[in-house]
Design a protein around this ligand. Structure first.
Ligand code: FES
Length: 180
């Protein structure tokens, strides 16, 4: 880390605060956007990309380095559906509830998956394997109703097909647990 960056963090993040210094990779991210209040969403996206979610302490560091009230940083982090405040499960399932998918009865698929997984929307299964979420539109409306599992988009979903898309990941985990 450059000397100038270190000085800046010392002055703006550590002064008078009782929190330990941020991890080096977070300090590097924050230093890049220091003094850029309009970069808040970009910073949060970068933190989430790196950690998989937005740890609370990291939001506190972000608030101080970008000179935002913590409530505002939390406000943005909780307003946008793409941000997660809890560690996600190993596999992320997103059921699209945008207009085209809604018309195609995506709610029925969502309800089916809730029942099969035993969790509600925005929750993670107790074995930390699956997180279930909704998304507004993934840009594949011609395939509605759509579900995204990790990075894979599954179109023309039915309740049966939605579970078939997930089951191999479930079974794969059982095998891994037996082997380990
Ligand atoms: S509304 Fe679901 S992909 Fe566009």
């Amino acid at each position: 880390m450059k000397l100038q960056t270190k000085k800046r963090l010392k002055k703006n993040v550590y002064k008078g605060d009782t929190m330990p210094p941020p991890p080096p990779e977070l300090a590097e991210m924050l230093a890049k956007y220091h003094g850029q209040p309009d970069a808040l969403i970009t910073v949060l996206e970068e933190i989430q990309r790196h950690y998989g979610y937005l740890p609370r302490h990291h939001l506190e560091y972000t608030a101080r380095e970008l000179s935002f009230p913590l409530s505002q940083v939390f406000g943005v982090a909780t307003f946008y559906n793409l941000f997660q405040l809890k560690p996600p499960g190993r596999h992320q399932i997103r059921v699209c509830t945008g207009t085209a998918c809604h018309v195609g009865h995506s709610k029925v698929i969502l309800t089916h998956l809730k029942e099969k997984l035993g969790i509600n929307e925005d929750e993670t299964t107790p074995d930390k394997l699956f997180t279930l979420q909704t998304v507004a539109c993934v840009g594949a409306c011609s395939l509605a109703p759509v579900m995204v599992v990790n990075e894979h988009t599954h179109g023309r979903m039915t309740t049966d097909k939605s579970w078939q898309a997930i089951q191999p990941l479930h079974d794969e985990n059982d095998v891994t647990e037996v082997e380990s």
